[in-house]
Design a protein around this ligand. Structure first.
Ligand SMILES: [Zn+2]
Length: 551
């Protein structure tokens, strides 16, 4: 028998399905796993001695927003250094395709600053064209794409706050059908963001019926993750049942202001499964988020230009009505906005403020008491002063819920991050985004090794075979002969997430700016070494995966 190209020898092999590790060798040939056998039995042209380190499937990150940042950093540095070999893009209703010429400026606005990167030239229009742009420049990791409902709506009706006509709904279905034929894995939605929040349940069911025809997935950032979390989970389940699609509930930790802990939303998911509906959940393990201060404004403002929002905030009558809208929260705004609604200004720390360095590192509560001002006015005045250039860290998730979700068998582990790099456009200025660098090592370090919240086998299952199966990618996420050779070798004793800052935050942050984790020594994508002895090799063996029922 011919020797394999590469053998990973003498490792503790974890298959990704939750089984205990065993001492073994693993042979790789032509991008696939050729053999998995007892230690000391396999021969290869090149041999890497795992030396008792863990050998597992590459991490399969089912919830990311790398759609445009991967064009800027095709090496996928922040992802591959943490052991990720496949990312799912197009989440929360946001995908950069399809694009209609008449609404190009709207979709660029939707994507914000990344839209202006030199590598993001918006040359594509159809979903198929976008996937070709992704593949043609080379990728260090694999990508699987969802179609964003926001992109469909923008392509047909911009940010209009109304129901689509039946002709418009038919156009959205047509765009979705073509994207599914091009290889999309399903439809995602963001029901707290414009324009997703303007859609009613019937509109979503009508679109999910198209997804069902292609055997795809419905991934939902539900309609409010705070006060309305249980109604919102129930809506997602109803959509799955009526359209006949499996449902993925995205990052489903209750956010500040929720009436219950995560056991309540998980109970609804369990009940739906007992009745035969395939519903699953993902979550990340970070308790904070670092968006622009203005991202917590009511949705009807967010599709508008910054200058227009600033002029509204300067006018005392419209300032008052915006404040009333935040407090009423009639159309549930995204999670962090709950801190404004409930007056938890002590949990909002200014992170980036180029025109007013003196406020950086202070909470809005502290600034308000220093200046003897109302915190709401401090919040609005900072936006008036700096527009979309002022960012804050919102501390809005109770870590207890993260632990409940980690321990539940129906919950997979995702980052909700995106590809970043500690240099260039993606680091200028460096955003607060620790999940992009530390999500998976952080889980292994803290929740598996140090605090035993879940077992290593279970954590790896939630990072590999479970999300791959969820997406219908049956030849990844497992270590079996014939499977694609996406593999990580790591040292659990040395694993260290160097990007996460624990709450309460102390400023300046010890783990900022961006740092790669330690202990992830080798990462193999489609049989090629992308990380070797902790260093990126620069190769681009990643593939754009296409949803197909029969290859
Ligand atoms: Zn989301």
């Amino acid at each position: 028998m011919m020797d394999a190209e590469l053998v990973l020898a003498n490792g503790r092999i974890l298959d990704g399905c939750g089984n205990p590790w065993f001492w073994g060798d693993l042979a790789i040939h032509k991008g696939r796993i050729k053999a998995v056998a007892s230690a000391g039995t396999l021969k290869g042209m090149k041999v890497i001695d795992a030396g008792g380190r863990f050998v597992t499937p590459g991490f399969f990150d089912i919830h990311t927003h790398s759609d445009l940042s991967i064009l800027v950093n095709r090496l996928a540095e922040s992802a591959v250094h943490q052991g990720i070999t496949t990312q799912v893009i197009g989440n929360c209703g946001m995908s950069p395709a399809p694009v209609d010429e008449n609404y190009l400026s709207e979709i660029r606005h939707h994507w914000g600053r990344i839209s202006e990167a030199p590598e993001v030239n918006w040359e594509w229009r159809s979903f198929d064209q976008y996937l070709k742009v992704l593949q043609s420049g080379g990728l260090a990791i694999n990508l699987a794409a969802l179609v964003g409902h926001g992109a469909l709506r923008i392509a047909v009706m911009g940010f209009e706050e109304r129901r689509p006509t039946s002709a418009e709904l038919g156009q959205m279905q047509g765009y979705l059908d073509r994207a599914m034929k091009a290889g999309a894995f399903g439809l995602s939605i963001g029901l707290v963001y414009p324009p997703g929040c303007f859609a009613d349940t019937d509109e979503i069911i009508a679109l999910c019926e198209v997804v069902a025809q292609h055997g795809g997935l419905y991934a939902s950032h539900i309609r409010g993750e705070r006060e309305t979390i249980l109604e919102a989970v129930a809506e997602a389940i109803r959509i799955g049942r009526e359209a006949g699609v499996p449902v993925q509930i995205s990052h489903n930790a209750p956010k500040y202001g929720a009436p219950c802990d995560a056991t309540a939303n998980l109970a609804l998911v369990e009940e739906a499964r007992r009745s035969g509906l395939d519903v699953t959940v993902d979550n990340d393990v970070h308790t904070d988020l670092g968006p622009a201060l203005m991202d917590a404004l009511p949705q009807y403002l967010l599709g508008r230009e910054v200058a227009e929002i600033v002029s509204l905030l300067k006018d005392s009558d419209s300032r008052k009505s915006i404040r009333d809208e935040i407090l009423l929260d009639r159309r549930p705004a995204f999670g962090p906005a709950g801190l404004l609604k409930h007056g938890r200004w002590d949990r909002i720390t200014i992170f980036e403020a180029p025109l007013n360095r003196g406020v950086v590192g202070k909470t809005i509560e502290t600034i308000a008491s220093d200046q003897d001002q109302d915190p709401f006015d401090v919040y609005f005045d900072l936006i008036v002063e700096m527009g979309d250039e002022v960012y804050a860290i919102y501390e809005y998730i109770d870590e207890k819920n993260i632990r409940i979700l980690l321990q539940h068998p129906l919950v997979m582990i995702a980052s909700d991050g995106q590809v970043l790099a500690p240099h260039g456009f993606l680091n200028d200025p460096p955003p607060y985004y620790p999940c992009c660098y530390g999500e998976f090592p952080g889980v292994l370090e803290r929740y598996v090794r140090d605090e035993s919240v879940l077992s290593l086998e279970e954590a790896i299952r939630k990072m590999t075979s479970f999300p791959a199966q969820r997406l219908g990618v049956m030849d990844r996420g497992v270590l079996r002969p014939g499977a694609c050779a996406d593999i990580v070798i790591f040292d659990l004793d040395r694993i260290h997430d160097r990007a996460t800052n624990l709450y309460p935050h102390t400023y300046p942050f010890e783990n900022y700016p961006h740092n790669f984790p330690e202990g992830i020594d080798y990462v193999i994508v489609n049989g090629e070494l992308v990380i070797e002895e902790g260093q990126h090799t620069g190769v681009l063996p990643g593939k754009v995966l296409k949803h197909q029922i029969m290859p």
